[in-house]
Design a protein. Structure first.
Length: 290
């Protein structure tokens, strides 16, 4: 049986309730008011946590990339955009206070070592490592020094690359996320059976990070063994931003959490039994043996 990982008050693993993460990411568009609304929506929907992304822009991107022309709400270059989407200490304190008010966990994926150190100042319940960072040994080791649970996405990664990342991180307090790193992902490329492949191979809890349109395949991931689900959320797909189109709006988020809890309840314990509610039907319809 896979290990149980504790994040906040939540036990994550086999036979535990699914841990539902609402990925706000960069869909806040640098706007704290929008961020607060997304946090509130995730709470109302019944999510367990919200997640953000943190980067040291001048470390993660090359000078050439930052100078590249790109019209955006913050200016005319890609650097203007990347800097405009980054929250600093004051904004993250606002996020921490808002999440405490709503009694919902928050954490972030850090894309560089300085961002890990920055987030550690808020004592997060766990860290998320993005698929793009799975082969960055230095960053993996830097996360581990803080001895917090780690959720590692495995999109665009081979089994050999995942093997190495797991070797670097160790399996203690580790959760893997099956993922396809396209936005939006096509159903034929979701490969949900890989959830069981990862569970069998690494003996750790395995979740699902979805970027597809619709909800059915995410709910199916629960039935196929995912113990964590993460979806990007937005107030409207029409908002400016590269991740908005692969995100789900608030009514869909409410439906998703409801469907996840329904599937959990329906899975049962695997013991075949006759329920008391069936007995009147049994007595009415089944022929009596002579």
């Amino acid at each position: 049986m896979a290990n149980i990982v504790k994040i906040g008050k939540h036990q994550i693993g086999e036979a535990q309730p699914c841990f539902v993460i609402a990925e706000i990411g960069i869909n806040h568009n640098g706007d704290l008011d929008l961020t607060r609304k997304l946090i509130a929506a995730a709470t109302i929907a019944g999510c367990d946590a919200v997640k953000f992304q943190k980067r040291t822009v001048d470390v993660v991107y090359t000078p050439e990339e930052l100078k590249r022309p790109r019209e955006n709400p913050f200016g005319a270059t890609n650097g203007d955009l990347k800097r405009g989407l980054e929250f600093g200490k004051e904004q993250y304190q606002e996020i921490a206070d808002c999440c405490q008010t709503h009694d919902i966990l928050w954490f972030a994926s850090a894309w560089d070592e300085a961002s890990v150190d920055f987030l550690e100042g808020f004592r997060p319940p766990c860290y998320k490592i993005a698929s793009a960072s799975l082969t960055d040994d230095s960053l993996l080791k830097h996360h581990r020094q803080y001895d917090r649970p780690i959720i590692l996405s495995t999109g665009m990664s081979t089994l050999e690359e995942i093997d190495h990342a797991v070797e670097v991180l160790g399996t203690e307090n580790l959760i893997l996320m099956h993922c396809t790193s396209t936005y939006p992902s096509q159903p034929q490329e979701l490969n949900l059976r890989a959830i069981q492949t990862l569970k069998d191979r690494y003996q750790v809890p395995v979740g699902y990070s979805g970027h597809e349109t619709g909800l059915a395949t995410t709910v199916a991931a629960i039935a196929m063994g995912a113990c964590v689900v993460e979806r990007h959320i937005t107030l409207s797909k029409t908002l400016w931003g590269s991740d908005q189109s692969a995100s789900i709006e608030v009514p869909a988020l409410l439906q998703l959490v409801q469907d996840i809890r329904m599937v959990e309840a329906a899975q049962g314990d695997g013991v075949k039994r006759v329920y008391d509610s069936e007995r009147p039907i049994l007595e009415k319809l089944r022929r009596v043996k002579s």
